[in-house]
Design a binder for this molecule. Structure first.
Ligand code: NAD
Length: 432
């Protein structure tokens, strides 16, 4: 994989999901990487070869590149900035209360770069940031250091948690927003081993491409989820509709699986941020307001179904399978599972949860290590995250241990015929 030899020295600031993956994938492509974080515990763990989050394939890459000395981790800001000419900003940009992106970490990093830069630097923004941030980062760096030349480039990241390594190694496209020929040339050199299409554009367009991509994917999900409600009413199978429309190349098959809605650290915050970006321009992006509203109500739609079918929730015992916002990650940020747990416990249910990776600190629910313990004696089983483990579950065994045979498939992934054969009452979303 990749070709060694170009040996560009790169600094990645922020060693979370994106920064660690970016750094290790750059190592795979032949570069020498330093990972910098303000959190010394993360730096310590990564330096010892331990990943502080779960992502398939990443621990192996970490061990390999630590052993080959292609990557190192540090909290030493001054040395890291002085010794690297290409600097990636990969810090978090969480949601403010008003829905806008919180850029405190990005600006604090920009200030750090301005303080310590000793020669020409290309500052590459990989964090998801509103239009105009590249120019604000430029202003912040200039305010600290008016002498040393530098360029700011926007290079948004499109990886998906759960398949981050594959996505970062094989991106559908690489978007580079820059108005500097020199910086563009250095970016081309950095990504020389890349076979993916390159989009060279302005920093503002690059910033907007990222928000528009995530918002469009969220829109597809909310579209199919709302359509699934209509399907429930009309006794039509939403999966047939998804297949029928998805085979049209103009539509495509992806992100057309009905379920309990999207979550995670990106879609909810990026949809909200784009809405606020439009508002600040005095423009209307009401289509995204609707996307967001449908998504927020989808877990409640699911729970109404549960409540109706099993005859109320009070004093019921419920098994919740899956906490992560999707399979392949331990990330529960904005996961629909959290809304569902809150609602179930506040309505008087006793709740047992299981997740192959996530451990929850919620005193109101019982976390089970074994999925069969979670389903034992319950009135209903709710599938919330479509982990492979649940698809392969011995449902005949499950049937022998539950109190009542109700299965609610929040991801439309279980085999209804098989479950019915074992005596379950199966309910999906938009599944007659
Ligand atoms: P994260 O919270 O996992 O990691 C951010 C890291 O930055 C943390 O380790 C934190 O300690 C560190 N940090 C914060 N302030 C710092 C500072 N001043 N100096 C050094 N380190 C600092 O976040 P993430 O999920 O990796 O996301 C980073 C950015 O990438 C966000 O803008 C996000 O929207 C975007 N993004 C995320 C994904 C994803 O799937 N997670 C995908 C594409 C884009």
């Amino acid at each position: 994989m990749g070709s060694r030899g170009s040996n560009v020295n790169v600094l990645v600031i922020g060693t979370g999901y994106v920064g660690t993956t970016t750094g290790l994938v750059l190592c795979e492509k032949g570069h020498i990487v330093t990972g910098l974080d303000i959190d010394d515990k993360k730096v310590e763990a990564l330096s010892a070869g331990r990943l502080h989050f779960y992502e398939k394939g990443l621990p192996e890459l970490l061990k390999k590149h630590l052993t080959e000395k292609n990557i190192s981790f540090t909290t030493d800001v001054k040395t890291a900035i002085e010794q690297n000419d290409l600097i990636f900003i990969c810090v978090g940009t969480p949601k403010n209360e008003d829905g806008s992106a919180n850029l405190n970490a990005v600006y604090s990093v920009a200030k750090m770069i301005g303080t310590y830069m000793n020669k020409y630097k290309v500052v590459i923004n990989k964090s998801t940031v509103p239009v105009g941030t590249a120019s604000k980062v430029t202003t912040v760096i200039e305010a600290e250091n008016g002498k040393v030349p530098f360029d700011v480039v926007s290079n948004p990241e499109f990886l998906r948690e759960g398949s981050a390594v594959y996505d970062a190694l094989h991106p559908d496209r690489v978007v580079i927003g820059s108005s500097s020929k020199k910086a563009l040339e250095m970016m081309r050199q950095l990504y020389a081993a890349e076979n993916s299409p390159f989009i060279e554009t302005t920093p503002s367009a690059a910033e907007l491409i990222k928000y528009a991509s995530n918002s469009f994917l969220a829109l597809k999900i909310s579209f199919i989820n709302q359509l699934a409600r209509l399907c429930d009413n009309m006794q039509v199978d939403i999966d047939e509709i998804s297949k029928g429309i998805g085979l049209d190349h103009r539509i495509g098959p992806h992100f057309l699986k009905a379920g309990i809605g999207y979550g995670g650290s990106c879609f909810p915050k990026d949809v909200s941020a784009l809405i606020t970006i439009a508002k600040a321009e005095g423009m209307d992006l009401s289509i995204l307001e609707e996307v967001k509203a449908i998504n927020q109500s989808q877990p409640f739609y699911f729970l109404e179904k549960v409540e109706k079918v099993i005859g109320g929730l009070d004093n019921k015992s419920i098994a919740v399978l899956g906490l992560a916002f999707k399979p392949g990650t331990d990330d529960t940020r904005e996961s629909p599972s959290l809304v569902i747990l809150d609602e179930l416990t506040s309505k008087g249910c006793s709740v047992k949860v299981h997740d192959p990776i996530v451990t929850l600190s919620n005193p109101y629910v019982k976390q089970c290590k074994d999925v069969l313990d979670a389903v034992a004696g319950v009135d209903a089983v709710l599938l919330i995250t479509d982990w492979e483990e649940y698809l392969k579950l011995d449902w005949e065994k499950v049937k022998s241990t539950v109190k009542q045979p109700y299965v609610f498939d929040g991801r439309n992934v279980l085999n209804k015929q098989e479950l019915v054969k074992f005596g379950f009452n199966y309910e999906g979303i938009g599944k007659p």
